[in-house]
Design a protein around this ligand. Sequence first.
Ligand SMILES: [Mg+2]
Length: 254
Amino acid sequence: MQKTNKKEIKRYKSVFFDFGGTLMNAESDNIAHLHMMEDIIQKYNLSVRPEDLVTKYNSFLFTKEMTLLDSYPEDKSFTPLRESTKKAFIGILSEYNVRPSKEDYHWFKKMYFENHKKYVKLFPETLEIIKHLRNHKSIHIGIISDIDNDYQDFQFKVFGIKEMFDSITTSEEVKSYKPESKIFQVALKKAGCRGEESIMVGDSYKKDIIGGKNMGMTTIWINKFSGDDTDKDKADFIVKDLKEISPILDKLIK
Ligand SMILES: [Mg+2]
C-alpha cells in the first residue's frame, strides 16, 4: 500500500535494510533461543519446559512487541547486546538459585553462537531481492542494524552475504540504537548521500520507520503483525511481506 505519492521526482542513491525480522526470519531466531534453553535445561538439570524458559529469557530482553528492552535504563552509556543477553542468562538461572561462573558464561556464549549458526535463517526471498536490487548498478545497498559487531560478522559469514552489501552499520559500531539518528547518519555518510536520497526498509515501526523518517528517508514498513496501525502513519509504504518490496523499489529507483 502506498501512503503518499510525492516521491516521484526523487533520484535515490541508496537502499538500507534492517536485518532481524526484515532479511532474517525472526521466527528462526526464536527457534535458536528455544534450543539454547534446551541446552541450559540439560546443563543445569532444571525442571522447566524450554518454551517456558524462552518466555522468561525473552522477558529480560524484549518488550511484548519483541523490541529490545533497555536493559540498563539507569546507565546512559551504550550497552552492547552481549551484555543484555548475559544479564538474561544470569536472570533465568537466578530463578533456580544457580549463580553462573565465568566458565558458565563462556559456555553460554559459545552455545549461543552455535545455536544461532544452526537455526537462524534468512527469509527464502532475501537473496533474490538483494540480487535483483543489484541490477540497479548505481544504488548503494546497506545494512542498518541494532546488533553487536562480532555477532553481525559471524552471522553474515554463516549466510555468505557479507559481500552483497556496500556497507554495514551496527549499533555497536556507533554506540547507539535505532531510532536515534547517529546510526543513520553514519550509514548515510558511508553511502555518500542524504536521507532524502535514501530508502529504509524495516519491520520495526519505532526503530526503522520513525528513525528513517527523522532523517528524511523514504520508508517501507514490513508490518508482519498487521495489528492496529492507525496511529502509525509515518511510513511511506506498508507491506505485509518482504516479497512485496521489489516492485516498490523498482518503481522508486527506476
Ligand atoms: Mg527488525
